[in-house]
Design a protein around this ligand. Sequence first.
Ligand code: SF4
Length: 96
Amino acid sequence: MTDSSDKKVSRRSLLKGAALVAGAAAVPGLLVTKAAQAAKVPKSAMQYRDHPNGNKECRLCMQFIPGPSAKANGTCKVVAGSISPHGYCIAFAPKA
Ligand code: SF4
């Protein structure tokens, strides 16, 4: 149909992925497995890009897991793959 419906599907995918991650985190003692990592949402579904959106960037997002240095790529609790500290996606959630 239109881009609008595609975005709705993407947001639905985000919610499913976030629910899986949150559910896994809620189980005490649960080990992170490859199956859990596979539940992450693809970058394309989250409209990920490797540059900021204004002052919104991954290093300031509560979902970001930093790499070995401030400039190194890290990972994300929601989005699959290597994540730039200066990246951004539609799931951005500022750290408290
Ligand atoms: S902005 Fe998106 S890709 Fe970056 S850390 Fe947050 S949820 Fe992950």
